[in-house]
Design a protein around this ligand. Structure first.
Ligand code: AP5
Length: 259
């Protein structure tokens, strides 16, 4: 594993030794005589499970983009684009945005050049219909099937995680006033900008988001389990330990993909 992770670090740093022979959604890292394959990676889990926190660490490690449908939608809402206008009401109520809108948005993002070597999907798919669409899209583009990481956190931890979350608007760094407070209250450690609280992190909206998750997203655990793609990690451990489990799960998926 260390070999792959070192090689992945080298790749992220722009080092050579990377085979890019075919147009695939993966990047391949030469490790001696073996070629290890990483991604695409799907982070699955309830609101507040730590998907965004972990995605940022995976991106830094492997040098593949973090594609968060929630972030893209929030950006569209704040710029009041056509997409943002259509998504706003559902997001404010804690409901899911319509599948066709989100699928189209993801299809566009996957065509960016940076996603050709691999990518991490955070918050997508979120319904069985989205997962079926993604399977077809990946197959149509001759990309590999995903490694699905299920970040498992019990219900009673989620409320504190969500009500305590604060985010930096400049670099996207995520804090928590209970578990990961900034050094100076309300201010980003990295850039000194004032942190903000997401508008959907109120108790009323959180309750709706958790209901949507149980009804529409939890069935994806079965969906990917049946495909043999699901890797479950314990999301209640400290952040660094969750990250280590995820790296091992990705490596397991990579090994299976190379068998
Ligand atoms: P989205 O932005 O995807 O929100 P979410 O899924 O509800 O997930 P969160 O961002 O709330 O949580 P997270 O798992 O990323 O946790 P985080 O790392 O921040 O979606 C928002 C909305 O957009 C949806 O409600 C929907 O309307 C719409 N939408 C998005 N995608 C869609 C789709 N595919 N289809 C339809 N609609 C869609 O961590 C949370 C907190 O916990 C932080 O404070 C963090 O510091 C803390 N924390 C993290 N890890 C740990 C740890 N190990 N220990 C202690 N604390 C931790």
């Amino acid at each position: 594993m260390k070999g792959l992770l070192r090689a992945a670090d080298a790749f992220a740093a722009g080092d050579s030794g990377v085979k890019r022979g075919r147009m695939a959604s993966l990047f391949e890292v030469m490790t001696g005589r073996d070629i290890a394959v990483v991604g695409p990676i799907i982070l699955l889990g309830s609101p507040g499970a730590g998907k965004g926190t972990q995605a940022k660490l995976i991106t830094r490690h492997y040098g593949i983009p973090h594609i968060s449908t929630g972030d893209i939608l929030r950006d569209n809402v704040s710029r009041d684009t056509e997409l943002g206008k259509k998504a706003r009401a559902a997001m404010e109520q804690g409901d899911l945005v319509a599948d066709d809108l989100v699928n189209g948005m993801v299809a566009d993002r996957l065509r960016w050049p940076d996603a050709q070597r691999g990518f991490i999907l955070d918050g997508f798919p979120r319904t069985v219909a989205q997962a079926e669409w993604l399977d077809k899209e990946l197959a149509a583009e001759s990309r590999r099937a995903p490694v699905v990481i299920y970040v498992d956190v019990s219900y009673n931890q989620l409320l504190q995680r969500l009500t305590g979350r604060r985010t930096c608007p400049v670099d996207g760094k995520i804090y928590n006033i209970y578990f990961q407070p900034p050094l100076k209250q309300g201010v980003c450690d990295v850039c000194g900008t004032q942190l903000f609280q997401r508008v959907d992190d109120t108790e009323a909206v959180i309750s709706e988001r958790l209901k949507s998750y149980e009804r529409q997203t939890l069935p994806l655990v079965d969906y990917y389990n049946r495909q043999g793609r699901l890797r479950r990690v314990n999301g209640e451990l400290p952040v660094e330990q969750v990250t280590q489990q995820i790296f091992r799960a990705i490596e397991g998926g990579a090994a299976a993909a190379n068998d």
